[in-house]
Design a protein around this ligand. Structure first.
Ligand code: HEM
Length: 441
């Protein structure tokens, strides 16, 4: 069968994501240096600038990587070229230019937004226009929702809900919401939980697409387990905010239902990857070996994240962990270990690096993940030490407690540096790779 020519702007979106990944890693490293040697960048960049540069780059990496991969695979799924090609081109420009402008504006000290989206609210306009365009592109490129595999539903729902919750996360701009503290915080944390749930639907949907592509059948995308995951994901993005507002006065059952659902979702997703990898034969594994390794890594991180989430859900411990590095470990464990590993698996397939330079990919993937494990552990231990101090050692001065954290911050920096080197090598390799066509399957 004649191969399709690739949609180059969907690939550019993925590559823009990889550039943003490098930016995430470098600003993360700058932040880790500040942890280990406070005041290191005092005269150049404050932590107040480094943190938004790092966190916004991370969110943008996930968003551009996910939207680019969805559009690329939508073309493969349809087995015909994308309609409305200029729309994809416009989407690429609007996302790439707005995100670059946001990062530059941070360097000049222009802020004005809220955590994770600390940019000036004006930038929300082009981002929203871009997202609406993504939905229009998606809707104009499939005919029916009848008898569609689960990933089509996941992409469709994730794209719509992201728009809704992104707008919701901007409601604080209106005084009616901003002037009531409880209302404002509840909406903010509710929308953040749902935003993550929405991009997870895009990422999980794409994972199921790619797993089926590698196995050469549609076993998982029509399976009951995958549709179960879809409905849990949908429920989760509507209600998982419960566990983000532990400190606010709401009913406990809201939090507990939310927690159980988000953990069940992770468990099912981990199980799908586990079953898929045991069902693959050697030839299929080899043809997509590099993507396969990143799927494997993400599966381990699903279960590690689940383990930490279970510990964090114990109410007595949850109270302790608020505002400590355990929360940072949880967020980074999920966004690096699960989201980033999966997005790299997609980028490897999209850039055509599936079975190239296997030795390099195997070594880098292994070293980065071992380093990531100790990076994560160092944050958890630092978090526990701080939590213990907060509740049990009122007589110990803050400076003395920070002194105890020092060895763990040094381990965080050392292992973080290895993660930066490893993932940067992969990102640069993928940015430089170029597959000419999309194979039909
Ligand atoms: C793909 C790679 C990465 C992603 C997606 C990522 C994501 C994030 C996210 C979402 C946060 C906010 C956490 C929170 O507020 O709970 C964060 C914070 C942070 N990350 Fe990363 N990160 C990555 C890699 C790294 C690396 C390699 C380092 C260090 C070398 C690093 C250092 C930091 C630091 C210092 C913070 C600030 C924590 C604080 O505010 O106290 N990150 N990261």
């Amino acid at each position: 069968m004649e191969p399709l020519s690739k949609n180059k702007y969907s690939v550019y979106l993925v590559k823009t994501g990889l550039i943003l990944l490098i930016s995430t890693l470098l600003f993360g490293l700058a932040g880790a240096i500040e942890y280990a040697f406070p005041g290191f960048w005092r005269n150049i960049f404050s932590f107040e600038k480094i943190r938004p540069l790092h966190v916004s780059s991370a969110v943008f990496w996930i968003l551009t990587g996910a939207t680019g991969s969805v559009l690329y695979y939508l073309q493969e799924h349809n087995n015909e070229e994308l309609k409305f090609k200029n729309g994809v081109k416009f989407l690429f420009y609007i996302f790439a230019l707005t995100m670059a402008a946001i990062l530059i504006s941070y360097c000049f000290g222009v802020f004005g937004g809220r955590e994770y989206w600390e940019f000036h609210p004006y930038f929300a306009i082009p981002l929203t226009i871009g997202w609406i365009l993504f939905i229009v592109l998606y809707l104009s490129n499939f005919k029916t929702l009848k008898n569609q595999p689960v990933y089509i539903w996941m992409w469709f729902t994730g794209a719509l809900f992201f728009l809704f919750t992104y707008l919701e996360s901007n409601l604080w701009i209106i005084p009616y919401f901003r002037d009531n503290l409880i209302k404002d915080m509840t909406i903010q944390w509710k929308s953040y939980g749902s935003l993550v749930g929405s991009w997870n639907l895009l990422v999980y949907g794409t994972s199921i697409y790619l797993m089926d592509k590698i196995s050469g059948n549609k076993k998982y995308s029509y399976s009951n387990m995958a549709f179960g995951l879809y409905f849990l994901g949908l429920f989760n993005l509507m209600f998982n905010w419960g566990h983000h507002i532990y400190t606010l006065p709401t009913q406990p059952y809201v939090k507990h239902i939310a927690y159980i659902v988000s953990m069940t979702e992770l468990f099912i997703f981990g199980r799908i990857i586990y079953l898929w990898k045991s069902s693959l034969d050697t030839a299929k594994k080899f043809a997509h070996y590099n993507s396969y390794q990143f799927f494997l890594a993400s599966d381990i991180w699903v279960f590690l994240t689940l383990g930490l989430a279970i510990i964090m859900s114990i109410p007595a411990l949850n109270i302790y962990m608020h505002g400590t590095h355990v929360i940072v470990a949880h967020t980074m464990g999920a966004t690096i270990g699960i989201n980033t590993m999966l997005l790299l698996a997609f980028a490897i397939d999209i850039t055509g690096t599936g079975h190239k330079n296997i030795k390099l990919f195997r070594q880098v993937c292994l070293i980065s993940n071992i380093a990531l494990f100790f990076f994560w552990i160092s944050l958890i231990i630092a978090g526990f030490i701080k939590a213990y101090w907060q509740f049990n050692e009122p007589n110990v001065a803050y400076g003395a407690m920070i002194g105890r954290l020092k060895p763990w911050f040094h381990l965080f920096l050392l292992t973080g540096t290895l993660v930066v080197i490893g993932l940067t090598i992969i990102a640069v390799y993928l940015i430089r790779s170029n597959k000419q066509e999309v194979s039909r399957y």
